[in-house]
Design a protein around this ligand. Structure first.
Ligand code: ADP
Ligand code: MG
Length: 473
């Protein structure tokens, strides 16, 4: 009794502290930022000085962790001496309404592993499911929100095909592969959403290979493998994300192999993603690799400029954000690693402008993303830029450094400075030095001038676009 009482007191105290932490966050960051990012944080519990909080989506969580975690921890520590660390988890979807909960027969049979494929937001958590294993579909990962370009059109078309197929299995398995952050998980979730709409009776199971392994090992431990097998083999569509995870894990592979064969035999659809092609999956048994390549193998290539720009435009349109097109172009040019980073960059720029209450400019973008830009630097050198520009405008390389002021050389020189600012992470003084030791204000003037001219002069802006492509290509 006493103990319970103490616990209850504790919890009230924690909530009080949490209330104060929230108020301080709101005061520090302002209403706009607070409402966009921090408002939905909930306190779950405090364990031995470890504060557990939740947010409803992975996106929000990642964003808050990356940008506010330090400050949140500091504030917590100052409000409660016992606090040592904090963490934020994605809150399992418990918002499913009763209708969704009871609509499916309780004998669905996939136990806690099924990640329900109700179209969002009807993701329901059934009573027999363990919350920690739920990874509901991300409602943002739909076909509507997927921007198609050259690099992903095959994967996208294949994903559409399996989602639209009612009675047939167009190819088995569908194997999607590509580098990190290029949209594999997005496509798989999109398939899940689409099947829930097109064929609501189909049982769909989506899980990561890691979770598959975890479930399998648990089944072994609890001598429950029969049940495990039945659960997997009774689905109509099985999706396993990041299959490379089970490379080198022999018994899991063995079990997966049997599950795979059983489903293929019954003509049930399997969709697999991996970070490389089936033949390149080291640590995967030969027979498994060959099976994975049986159906359609669709690779997602790194993005090109058009796709990156398209993705950014679609994001700002969805979010109804007003932002200068040139900022988007700049990001699409410079953040080339993957879409996840590209989105992260955009969010950072927007959050910053929100925070300081000023519109986004090219300068603030470069400032906020300094680290990211350096990491994405494809190391185009100022010399390369000078050479390319000199060739293009038919002037001598030495004119880049010379003091000549004739328009015929001065303009190309300004173009080169402009491109150096845009395509490298060099500072204005550094750029100035490379142009015959000019002052940083000269470079700044050049950048502004070319910016202005481009807005008015179509042919100059085309020249620059062309140069940029050559340099990046
Ligand atoms: P992967 O699973 O290949 O590592 P994800 O599917 O998790 O990558 O994608 C990373 C992020 O990029 C997600 O937020 C996703 O929505 C976004 N994304 C990737 N490709 C596209 C695209 N073609 N259109 C819109 N968003 C995309
Ligand atoms: Mg993924």
């Amino acid at each position: 009794m006493k103990h319970q009482e103490a616990q209850r007191m504790d919890m009230t105290g924690n909530q009080d502290n949490w209330g104060r932490v929230r108020e301080r966050l709101r005061a520090e960051y302002g209403d706009a930022t607070y409402n966009s990012w921090l408002k939905n944080i909930e306190l779950d519990k405090i364990d031995n000085g470890h504060v557990n909080m939740t947010l409803p989506t992975r996106f929000l969580r990642d964003w808050v962790i990356n940008n506010y975690a330090n400050r949140i921890r500091q504030i917590w520590c100052s409000e409660d001496d016992n606090v040592q660390s904090i963490d934020i988890h994605v809150k399992p979807a418990t918002t499913g309404n009763m209708e969704a909960r009871t609509r499916k027969p309780p004998t669905l049979g996939l136990g806690e592993i099924i990640e329900t494929f109700e179209p969002a937001p009807r993701n329901a958590l059934r009573a027999d499911q363990t919350p920690s294993l739920m990874a509901p579909l991300d409602p943002r990962f739909t076909f509507d929100n997927f921007v198609v370009g050259k690099s992903n059109e095959l994967a996208h078309a294949a994903a559409r095909r399996v989602s639209d197929a009612r009675d047939t299995v167009p190819f088995n398995p569908l194997y999607l592969y590509g580098g990190v952050g290029l949209g594999k998980t997005h496509l798989m979730h999109a398939i899940g959403h689409a099947i829930a709409v097109n064929c609501p009776n189909k049982k769909v199971l989506y899980l990561s290979a890691e979770k598959f392994m975890y479930r399998f090992i648990r089944a072994l431990r609890f001598k429950d493998t029969m049940n495990f097998k039945d659960q997997f083999r009774s689905v109509d569509v099985l999706m396993i994300d990041d299959v490379q995870f089970i490379a080198g894990k022999e018994s899991t592979q063995e079990e997966f192999f049997h599950t795979f064969n059983a489903l293929v035999d019954q003509n049930h659809q399997i969709i697999i993603s991996g970070d490389r092609s089936p033949t390149d999956l080291e640590g995967m048994e030969e027979r498994m690799r060959s099976r994975l390549g049986w159906g359609l193998v669709a690779d997602i290539h790194p993005t090109d400029y058009e796709l990156r720009l398209g993705i950014l435009q679609s994001k700002v349109e969805q979010a109804k954000i007003n932002i200068d097109q040139r900022i988007l172009e700049f990001l699409a040019h410079r953040i080339t690693s993957n879409v996840r980073e590209l989105e992260g960059a955009l969010n950072r720029v927007l959050a910053y402008s929100d925070l300081v209450g000023r519109a986004v400019t090219l300068e603030s973008t470069q400032e906020v993303l300094r680290d990211l830009l350096r990491a994405n630097d494809r190391r185009i050198t100022i010399e390369e830029i000078q050479k390319q520009v000199a060739e293009h405008f038919n002037i001598r390389m030495s004119d880049m450094h010379s003091a000549r002021r004739a328009r015929a050389v001065a303009r190309p020189r300004q173009v080169a400075m402009y491109l150096a600012k845009q395509l490298t992470s060099r500072s204005l003084p550094e750029i100035g030095r490379k142009f015959g030791g000019r002052d940083h204000t000269t470079v700044m003037h050049a950048v502004r001038k070319i910016d202005e001219l481009c807005a008015a002069d179509q042919s100059l802006s085309e020249d620059i676009e062309l140069l940029r492509r050559m340099l990046e290509g």
